[in-house]
Ligand binder design. Structure first.
Ligand code: ADP
Ligand code: MG
Length: 343
Protein backbone atom coordinates (compact mmCIF):
# COMPACT_ATOMS: atom_id res chain seq x y z
CA UNK A 1 0.00 0.00 0.00
CA UNK A 2 1.13 3.56 -0.75
CA UNK A 3 1.04 6.41 1.72
CA UNK A 4 -1.54 8.40 -0.27
CA UNK A 5 -3.99 5.51 0.12
CA UNK A 6 -3.41 5.21 3.85
CA UNK A 7 -3.37 8.91 4.78
CA UNK A 8 -1.66 10.84 7.55
CA UNK A 9 -3.83 9.93 10.51
CA UNK A 10 -4.00 6.22 9.80
CA UNK A 11 -0.20 6.33 9.51
CA UNK A 12 0.12 8.02 12.91
CA UNK A 13 -2.25 5.39 14.33
CA UNK A 14 -0.01 2.66 12.93
CA UNK A 15 3.09 4.31 14.40
CA UNK A 16 1.37 4.66 17.76
CA UNK A 17 0.29 1.02 17.82
CA UNK A 18 3.77 -0.19 16.91
CA UNK A 19 5.43 1.95 19.57
CA UNK A 20 5.90 0.94 23.15
CA UNK A 21 6.65 3.60 25.71
CA UNK A 22 8.74 3.11 28.78
CA UNK A 23 9.46 4.73 32.09
CA UNK A 24 8.59 8.34 32.74
CA UNK A 25 6.07 8.71 29.91
CA UNK A 26 2.67 9.89 31.19
CA UNK A 27 1.33 10.58 27.71
CA UNK A 28 3.07 9.58 24.46
CA UNK A 29 1.88 9.76 20.84
CA UNK A 30 -1.73 10.87 20.38
CA UNK A 31 -2.25 14.20 22.09
CA UNK A 32 -1.10 17.69 21.18
CA UNK A 33 2.15 17.25 23.06
CA UNK A 34 3.85 14.47 24.95
CA UNK A 35 3.90 14.61 28.76
CA UNK A 36 6.89 13.11 30.50
CA UNK A 37 8.72 13.20 33.75
CA UNK A 38 11.83 15.36 33.65
CA UNK A 39 14.97 14.70 35.60
CA UNK A 40 17.50 17.46 36.32
CA UNK A 41 20.17 18.52 33.78
CA UNK A 42 18.23 17.94 30.57
CA UNK A 43 20.20 17.23 27.39
CA UNK A 44 18.50 18.12 24.09
CA UNK A 45 19.85 17.18 20.68
CA UNK A 46 18.54 17.07 17.16
CA UNK A 47 19.76 15.72 13.81
CA UNK A 48 18.47 15.82 10.25
CA UNK A 49 18.76 12.88 7.88
CA UNK A 50 18.06 13.69 4.24
CA UNK A 51 17.81 11.33 1.29
CA UNK A 52 20.84 11.67 -1.03
CA UNK A 53 22.65 13.91 1.48
CA UNK A 54 23.08 11.55 4.44
CA UNK A 55 22.19 8.24 2.95
CA UNK A 56 21.70 6.42 -0.28
CA UNK A 57 18.81 4.02 -0.64
CA UNK A 58 20.78 1.89 -3.07
CA UNK A 59 22.40 0.28 -0.03
CA UNK A 60 20.67 1.62 3.07
CA UNK A 61 17.61 -0.37 4.15
CA UNK A 62 14.71 1.43 5.82
CA UNK A 63 15.33 -0.61 8.93
CA UNK A 64 18.94 0.61 8.87
CA UNK A 65 17.92 4.22 8.34
CA UNK A 66 15.65 4.11 11.37
CA UNK A 67 18.42 2.55 13.40
CA UNK A 68 20.98 5.13 12.30
CA UNK A 69 18.65 8.09 12.80
CA UNK A 70 18.43 7.21 16.47
CA UNK A 71 22.07 6.06 16.76
CA UNK A 72 23.56 9.40 15.72
CA UNK A 73 21.43 11.24 18.28
CA UNK A 74 22.36 8.72 20.96
CA UNK A 75 25.99 9.40 20.14
CA UNK A 76 25.53 13.09 20.97
CA UNK A 77 24.02 12.20 24.33
CA UNK A 78 26.87 9.72 24.95
CA UNK A 79 29.37 12.49 24.24
CA UNK A 80 27.85 14.57 27.05
CA UNK A 81 28.06 11.61 29.42
CA UNK A 82 24.28 11.41 29.49
CA UNK A 83 21.42 8.94 29.51
CA UNK A 84 18.89 9.11 26.64
CA UNK A 85 15.16 9.09 27.41
CA UNK A 86 12.62 10.50 24.96
CA UNK A 87 12.57 10.73 21.18
CA UNK A 88 10.45 12.90 18.89
CA UNK A 89 10.70 11.95 15.26
CA UNK A 90 9.43 14.01 12.35
CA UNK A 91 9.10 12.70 8.83
CA UNK A 92 8.88 14.25 5.39
CA UNK A 93 7.43 11.65 3.03
CA UNK A 94 6.66 11.55 -0.71
CA UNK A 95 2.99 10.58 -1.16
CA UNK A 96 3.84 7.52 -3.23
CA UNK A 97 5.97 6.07 -0.42
CA UNK A 98 5.32 2.44 0.47
CA UNK A 99 3.72 2.03 3.88
CA UNK A 100 5.79 -1.08 4.54
CA UNK A 101 9.00 0.94 4.12
CA UNK A 102 7.84 3.34 6.83
CA UNK A 103 7.01 0.40 9.06
CA UNK A 104 10.52 -0.97 8.50
CA UNK A 105 11.96 2.44 9.37
CA UNK A 106 10.09 2.43 12.69
CA UNK A 107 11.15 -1.15 13.35
CA UNK A 108 14.79 0.03 13.16
CA UNK A 109 14.04 2.90 15.52
CA UNK A 110 12.11 0.64 17.88
CA UNK A 111 14.82 -1.99 18.08
CA UNK A 112 17.53 0.45 19.12
CA UNK A 113 15.12 2.44 21.31
CA UNK A 114 14.25 -0.61 23.38
CA UNK A 115 17.93 -1.56 23.68
CA UNK A 116 18.80 1.87 25.02
CA UNK A 117 15.74 2.66 27.13
CA UNK A 118 14.40 5.36 24.80
CA UNK A 119 10.67 6.05 24.41
CA UNK A 120 9.28 7.42 21.15
CA UNK A 121 6.80 10.02 22.38
CA UNK A 122 5.84 12.01 19.29
CA UNK A 123 6.78 13.74 16.08
CA UNK A 124 5.26 15.31 13.03
CA UNK A 125 4.38 13.99 9.58
CA UNK A 126 4.29 15.95 6.36
CA UNK A 127 4.19 15.26 2.63
CA UNK A 128 7.37 16.36 0.88
CA UNK A 129 9.29 15.93 -2.37
CA UNK A 130 12.06 13.89 -0.82
CA UNK A 131 12.27 11.58 2.17
CA UNK A 132 13.83 13.15 5.25
CA UNK A 133 13.65 12.74 8.98
CA UNK A 134 14.39 14.99 11.90
CA UNK A 135 15.00 13.37 15.24
CA UNK A 136 14.89 15.22 18.53
CA UNK A 137 16.26 13.32 21.49
CA UNK A 138 15.91 14.26 25.14
CA UNK A 139 18.17 12.83 27.79
CA UNK A 140 19.62 13.81 31.10
CA UNK A 141 23.09 14.09 32.57
CA UNK A 142 22.99 12.45 36.00
CA UNK A 143 26.65 13.20 36.67
CA UNK A 144 26.65 16.65 35.08
CA UNK A 145 27.37 17.14 31.39
CA UNK A 146 30.87 16.66 29.99
CA UNK A 147 31.46 19.64 27.73
CA UNK A 148 33.91 20.14 24.87
CA UNK A 149 35.58 22.93 26.81
CA UNK A 150 37.09 21.11 29.78
CA UNK A 151 40.50 20.09 28.37
CA UNK A 152 43.71 21.59 29.70
CA UNK A 153 47.30 21.68 28.46
CA UNK A 154 48.95 18.43 29.55
CA UNK A 155 45.77 16.30 29.32
CA UNK A 156 45.98 12.94 27.61
CA UNK A 157 43.69 12.37 24.60
CA UNK A 158 41.87 9.08 24.14
CA UNK A 159 39.44 7.58 21.65
CA UNK A 160 37.06 4.67 21.95
CA UNK A 161 36.95 1.84 19.37
CA UNK A 162 38.65 2.12 15.99
CA UNK A 163 38.63 4.92 13.42
CA UNK A 164 38.15 5.00 9.66
CA UNK A 165 35.99 1.87 9.40
CA UNK A 166 32.82 3.75 8.53
CA UNK A 167 34.35 5.81 5.75
CA UNK A 168 36.07 2.79 4.25
CA UNK A 169 32.79 0.85 4.59
CA UNK A 170 30.96 3.61 2.71
CA UNK A 171 33.56 3.50 -0.05
CA UNK A 172 33.14 -0.24 -0.35
CA UNK A 173 29.38 0.24 -0.66
CA UNK A 174 29.83 2.95 -3.30
CA UNK A 175 32.36 1.25 -5.45
CA UNK A 176 31.01 -2.23 -4.89
CA UNK A 177 34.64 -3.19 -5.19
CA UNK A 178 35.42 -6.84 -4.82
CA UNK A 179 38.19 -6.66 -2.28
CA UNK A 180 38.46 -8.37 1.06
CA UNK A 181 36.65 -11.39 2.39
CA UNK A 182 32.89 -11.21 2.82
CA UNK A 183 33.45 -11.09 6.59
CA UNK A 184 35.75 -8.07 6.33
CA UNK A 185 33.36 -6.26 4.02
CA UNK A 186 30.40 -7.04 6.27
CA UNK A 187 32.26 -5.67 9.28
CA UNK A 188 33.26 -2.41 7.58
CA UNK A 189 29.90 -1.73 5.94
CA UNK A 190 28.02 -2.45 9.14
CA UNK A 191 30.24 0.09 10.91
CA UNK A 192 28.85 2.60 8.43
CA UNK A 193 25.24 1.45 8.39
CA UNK A 194 24.79 0.53 12.08
CA UNK A 195 26.98 2.81 14.21
CA UNK A 196 27.13 2.00 17.91
CA UNK A 197 26.70 4.97 20.21
CA UNK A 198 29.15 4.64 23.10
CA UNK A 199 26.58 5.32 25.82
CA UNK A 200 28.10 3.11 28.48
CA UNK A 201 31.61 4.49 28.01
CA UNK A 202 30.36 8.08 28.00
CA UNK A 203 28.31 7.57 31.10
CA UNK A 204 31.06 5.85 33.14
CA UNK A 205 33.68 8.40 32.07
CA UNK A 206 31.33 11.13 33.28
CA UNK A 207 30.41 9.35 36.49
CA UNK A 208 34.05 8.75 37.40
CA UNK A 209 34.88 12.37 36.49
CA UNK A 210 37.62 11.06 34.21
CA UNK A 211 36.62 12.69 30.91
CA UNK A 212 37.16 16.42 31.35
CA UNK A 213 36.26 17.26 27.75
CA UNK A 214 34.43 14.97 25.35
CA UNK A 215 33.02 14.99 21.80
CA UNK A 216 31.74 12.30 19.46
CA UNK A 217 33.67 11.90 16.23
CA UNK A 218 31.11 12.41 13.51
CA UNK A 219 33.06 14.55 11.05
CA UNK A 220 36.51 12.96 11.28
CA UNK A 221 39.04 12.87 14.13
CA UNK A 222 40.98 15.99 13.15
CA UNK A 223 37.88 18.10 12.59
CA UNK A 224 36.25 17.10 15.87
CA UNK A 225 39.53 17.37 17.78
CA UNK A 226 39.65 20.89 16.36
CA UNK A 227 36.25 21.63 17.95
CA UNK A 228 37.35 20.24 21.31
CA UNK A 229 40.62 22.20 21.25
CA UNK A 230 38.96 25.42 20.17
CA UNK A 231 36.39 25.18 22.96
CA UNK A 232 39.09 24.32 25.49
CA UNK A 233 41.63 26.91 24.31
CA UNK A 234 44.35 24.32 23.68
CA UNK A 235 46.27 22.78 20.80
CA UNK A 236 47.03 19.08 20.46
CA UNK A 237 49.47 16.53 19.18
CA UNK A 238 48.23 13.19 17.80
CA UNK A 239 50.53 10.22 17.22
CA UNK A 240 49.54 8.73 13.92
CA UNK A 241 50.82 5.23 14.74
CA UNK A 242 48.74 5.19 17.91
CA UNK A 243 45.41 5.65 16.12
CA UNK A 244 43.43 2.45 16.64
CA UNK A 245 42.59 0.62 13.40
CA UNK A 246 40.54 -2.54 13.04
CA UNK A 247 42.15 -5.61 11.37
CA UNK A 248 39.81 -5.41 8.30
CA UNK A 249 40.63 -1.72 7.98
CA UNK A 250 44.38 -2.41 8.17
CA UNK A 251 44.05 -4.97 5.43
CA UNK A 252 41.83 -3.06 3.03
CA UNK A 253 42.42 0.69 3.46
CA UNK A 254 45.54 0.71 1.24
CA UNK A 255 47.07 4.12 0.54
CA UNK A 256 44.23 5.86 2.34
CA UNK A 257 45.02 4.16 5.62
CA UNK A 258 46.21 7.26 7.47
CA UNK A 259 43.86 9.67 5.84
CA UNK A 260 40.51 7.95 6.38
CA UNK A 261 41.29 7.37 10.04
CA UNK A 262 42.14 11.06 10.51
CA UNK A 263 39.45 12.62 8.36
CA UNK A 264 36.84 10.04 7.38
CA UNK A 265 33.46 10.78 8.91
CA UNK A 266 30.77 8.96 10.85
CA UNK A 267 32.96 6.97 13.22
CA UNK A 268 30.67 7.88 16.16
CA UNK A 269 33.45 7.02 18.58
CA UNK A 270 34.20 9.24 21.57
CA UNK A 271 37.24 11.50 21.82
CA UNK A 272 37.99 12.65 25.35
CA UNK A 273 40.67 14.29 27.45
CA UNK A 274 41.85 12.95 30.79
CA UNK A 275 44.16 14.66 33.27
CA UNK A 276 47.60 12.98 33.20
CA UNK A 277 47.34 12.30 36.94
CA UNK A 278 44.17 10.21 36.34
CA UNK A 279 45.98 7.71 34.12
CA UNK A 280 45.92 4.93 36.74
CA UNK A 281 42.27 5.46 37.61
CA UNK A 282 41.37 5.25 33.94
CA UNK A 283 43.29 1.98 33.56
CA UNK A 284 41.38 0.51 36.47
CA UNK A 285 37.93 1.17 35.00
CA UNK A 286 38.68 0.70 31.29
CA UNK A 287 37.36 -2.85 31.17
CA UNK A 288 33.92 -1.64 32.24
CA UNK A 289 33.49 0.78 29.32
CA UNK A 290 32.16 -1.81 26.87
CA UNK A 291 34.67 -0.72 24.22
CA UNK A 292 38.48 -0.52 24.13
CA UNK A 293 40.08 2.89 24.56
CA UNK A 294 43.39 4.10 23.11
CA UNK A 295 45.74 6.90 24.14
CA UNK A 296 46.36 8.80 20.89
CA UNK A 297 47.96 12.08 21.91
CA UNK A 298 47.95 15.00 24.28
CA UNK A 299 46.83 18.57 24.69
CA UNK A 300 49.43 21.29 24.10
CA UNK A 301 49.33 25.07 24.28
CA UNK A 302 47.02 26.67 21.71
CA UNK A 303 49.92 28.26 19.78
CA UNK A 304 51.07 24.74 18.83
CA UNK A 305 47.92 24.22 16.76
CA UNK A 306 46.97 20.64 15.94
CA UNK A 307 49.63 18.32 14.57
CA UNK A 308 49.83 14.66 13.68
CA UNK A 309 53.25 13.13 14.28
CA UNK A 310 54.39 10.11 12.30
CA UNK A 311 56.95 7.49 13.34
CA UNK A 312 59.51 9.08 11.03
CA UNK A 313 59.20 12.17 13.19
CA UNK A 314 57.46 14.25 10.54
CA UNK A 315 54.86 16.61 11.85
CA UNK A 316 51.82 17.09 9.69
CA UNK A 317 50.16 20.37 10.42
CA UNK A 318 46.47 20.08 9.86
CA UNK A 319 43.83 22.62 9.26
CA UNK A 320 40.21 21.67 8.82
CA UNK A 321 39.78 18.14 7.60
CA UNK A 322 36.59 16.20 7.67
CA UNK A 323 33.07 17.00 6.70
CA UNK A 324 31.56 20.43 6.44
CA UNK A 325 28.05 20.43 5.01
CA UNK A 326 28.49 23.65 3.12
CA UNK A 327 32.09 23.23 2.01
CA UNK A 328 31.88 19.53 1.30
CA UNK A 329 34.32 16.78 1.97
CA UNK A 330 38.01 17.39 1.18
CA UNK A 331 38.52 13.64 0.87
CA UNK A 332 36.34 13.44 -2.19
CA UNK A 333 38.13 16.20 -4.04
CA UNK A 334 41.67 15.19 -3.27
CA UNK A 335 42.54 11.74 -2.07
CA UNK A 336 45.70 12.30 -0.09
CA UNK A 337 48.19 10.10 1.59
CA UNK A 338 49.55 10.91 5.01
CA UNK A 339 52.61 12.69 3.67
CA UNK A 340 50.75 15.18 1.57
CA UNK A 341 48.26 16.46 4.14
CA UNK A 342 48.78 20.19 4.23
CA UNK A 343 47.65 22.96 6.51
P1 ADP B 1 -0.79 18.36 15.71
O1 ADP B 1 -1.51 18.75 14.47
O2 ADP B 1 -1.41 18.79 16.98
O3 ADP B 1 0.69 18.66 15.65
P2 ADP B 1 -0.47 15.72 14.72
O4 ADP B 1 -1.67 15.19 14.04
O5 ADP B 1 0.66 16.22 13.91
O6 ADP B 1 -0.93 16.77 15.79
O7 ADP B 1 0.08 14.58 15.67
C1 ADP B 1 -0.74 13.82 16.50
C2 ADP B 1 0.08 13.00 17.44
O8 ADP B 1 0.90 12.08 16.72
C3 ADP B 1 1.06 13.81 18.28
O9 ADP B 1 1.18 13.17 19.54
C4 ADP B 1 2.35 13.70 17.52
O10 ADP B 1 3.46 13.87 18.37
C5 ADP B 1 2.25 12.29 16.96
N1 ADP B 1 2.98 12.12 15.70
C6 ADP B 1 2.74 12.73 14.51
N2 ADP B 1 3.59 12.32 13.55
C7 ADP B 1 4.42 11.41 14.15
C8 ADP B 1 5.53 10.61 13.71
N3 ADP B 1 5.98 10.68 12.45
N4 ADP B 1 6.12 9.79 14.60
C9 ADP B 1 5.70 9.73 15.88
N5 ADP B 1 4.66 10.44 16.35
C10 ADP B 1 4.02 11.28 15.51
MG1 MG C 1 1.74 18.04 14.06
Amino acid sequence: MRLKQLGEFALIDKIQKATSTGQGVYLGIGDDAAWTRAKGNLLLTSDLLIDKVHFDRRWASFYGLGYKTLAVNLSDVAAMGGTPEYLLLSLGLPVDFKVKDIEEFYRGIGQLASQTGVSLVGGDTCASKCFFTSAFLVGHAPYGPVKRSGARVGDDLYVTGTLGDSFLGLNLLKKRKRIGTSKEVAYLTSRHLFPQARLKAGSILAKEKLAKAMIDISDGLVQDLGHLCKSSGTGAEIWQEAIPLSPPYRRLAGVNRAHYSLAGGEDYELLFSVRARDHKRLKKIQNRLGVPITHIGKCLPARHGITVTTSQGTSLSLSQMGYDHFKGLPLRRAPLNSRSIKA
